[in-house]
Design a protein around this ligand. Sequence first.
Ligand SMILES: Cc1cc2nc3c(=O)[nH]c(=O)nc-3n(C[C@H](O)[C@H](O)[C@H](O)COP(=O)(O)OP(=O)(O)OC[C@H]3O[C@@H](n4cnc5c(N)ncnc54)[C@H](O)[C@@H]3O)c2cc1C
Length: 394
Amino acid sequence: MPTRATKRGDERTSLAGAYDVLICGASFAGLAVARELAGSSADVLIVDRYEIGERQTSACGIPTRWLEEMGLMEAERQRFDSLVIHTPHGDSRYRLPWTFSTFDYRTICTLLWADCDARFETAKVEGLISGAVNGSDAVAVETDRGVVSAPLVVDALGWRRVLAGPAGYQPPDAPLSRGLEVHPGGGAEDLEIWIDRRYVPAGYGWSFPAGKETRIGVGSFDPKFHVRETTELLAADLERDNVRYQGNWIPHKLRKGTGRDVFFAGDSAGHCLPLTAEGIRTALYFGMALGRELRCVVEGRQSREAAAAHYAEFNDSHERKFEWMLRVQKLVPRVPPRLLGPLIRVFGVKRFVDWSFRHYLAIAPPEFVREGRYLAFSQSVPTPASTSSGGSSS
Ligand SMILES: Cc1cc2nc3c(=O)[nH]c(=O)nc-3n(C[C@H](O)[C@H](O)[C@H](O)COP(=O)(O)OP(=O)(O)OC[C@H]3O[C@@H](n4cnc5c(N)ncnc54)[C@H](O)[C@@H]3O)c2cc1C
């Protein structure tokens, strides 16, 4: 595990001060927000306990088109046009209607950061300080390097939702999945998943090749099921070494996008998709939507309250899709194992695969990147948020 980069000794100068925007968390969601604010001339501070790109948080798989649309192809490591699904009673290869890529975490973060003009500091965020700051509308956040305040504060800190205070999650009694993977050297050809109770009663195992290494892991929808032993079992079955572990809790329930005068994006808002645990694309997507709203505030085109209302509406407009995915997540473990193989083959019919994967991609479509990059969501994309909410920017 990398050591935390929070400044020590003489380097640990105070950060105390006031900014226009404070973004807590410099991974996918936080960097996506900051990128949308570039060129707005707002004074933006982004903080993370690690240096940017220092600590990989996932297997780093994403639909290729998202990398293309965001100009991040340099980070791509491998591309796949099919998915191999293994069950104890048979395997299937699904030809995908769009390709999926694995990428390098450090490179993608470096590329995202290169598009930002914010200031970055390493600091551990401890929580929100309640009450107004000197009678202003600023929100104060406690860090291990002092109190930082801004009228616009973003929590992109991951599943802990640190700035939500007592409303944060406590595993294992929370809607969280558990994921762990190892990163042995050596490549492979296929993107593969295992739906097999030998590895996990509710969830799946995966092998995501990424050029010179393969990311092999197990995710359990049941937070009480420990995945270390079976991650090692899957790696052993694939004759790979158990090296370079990385794991985390993965939220599988959409949460509110705003609260306590704070904006939440990515895992902190439960933006990771249930069933597939795909959370990078959605962290970028919701991060961009939020960044566009905040940009309108710093440019004086809408109030913080209007931005909060638009973003909350945008967030909630995805509730039905997230709930539907969660329903399937709960259903899959109930299917008797002997039916899984035949069912996987039936669902492998090309027309069904094309239909379901296209709908799945449309939950956070790649075109969103192009649509009004510097305009508020409510102005640029025809969705319920744009038709029902008034009082947006003029
Ligand atoms: C094993 C595993 C494999 C996965 N594989 C995939 C995959 O292939 N594809 C996919 O789409 N999704 C995958 N996911 C899910 C994906 O990792 C998350 O949904 C995604 O990282 C969410 O992005 P985020 O920016 O919201 O949060 P994170 O990426 O978790 O970033 C949070 C940031 O906040 C910082 N931070 C946290 N607490 C503090 C604090 N108190 N003070 C300061 N900084 C703090 C962290 O250092 C980090 O930089 C996987 C998850 C796991 C666990």
